[in-house]
Design a protein. Sequence first.
Length: 270
Amino acid sequence: MRAARLMTPVRIMGLAGLLACLCLPARATDPKADPKPDATIKNASIEASVYLDDKIKADPALAADCLAEGKKWIDKNAAEAASDRKQEPELFKDRGGYSFERKYSVRSVVDDRYVSVLRDDYMNTLGAHPNSDVNTILWDTAEKKRISIRPFFTETADNGPTMKAMLKAVIAALTIEKKKRAGDEPLAANWHDDLKPTLLKIGAVTLAPSTASGRSSGLTFHYPPYAVGPYVEGQYVAFVPWETLKPYLTPEGAKIFAGARPKGDVDDQQ
């Protein structure tokens, strides 16, 4: 049943949901302006596409990795759309099929080795409003594989000192941004309850660019709608400067972190 699917939140009706559409990134409406997808499917149930930016395409191993993942994502959603159309044909009768779009883009390249990739998803399953998601990939060009941030820290145990310090800094950064968006409205006491001092539950992470060439100014954590607030608030990004985590760095971490976050990056990400 659709009620049990991950996309259930997009079926929620109400004024807040309708207003939330304004928080989604603008999508091009001129077909001539759209780049050619690197993988796509279009039928009566769904239109889904995957795009790789030019920097990703310049690395054959990274491009192949992202494209393979993207094609699996298309196939999964196409199968679900076909099943939903069979079960609820009236939903699709006058509104067309589902619409999905995934974009892979390079956020930073550090030490000519570590590539941070943003994976942005747009999803419309014919509910009250579309939805979006964001995740990240950290790619090691030397090893030609995905890695985590573990090599940069002396320890990253669940509930360990590094992760606790990291989470504290994340919550502090998010609190500042949430207060800006909330205005005079008080913040919910439990808005960060889903964030935990573990690599898997602290948020999707990238290496932030830096004013120091080839280095990273710290970590940025990316949160889709619903992750740390209601849908109407949109996505959030929390920046943690490398100096905050300096006591926990390995020699490799000390090598790649330096400088400050460029002003333009703050403007783009917040």
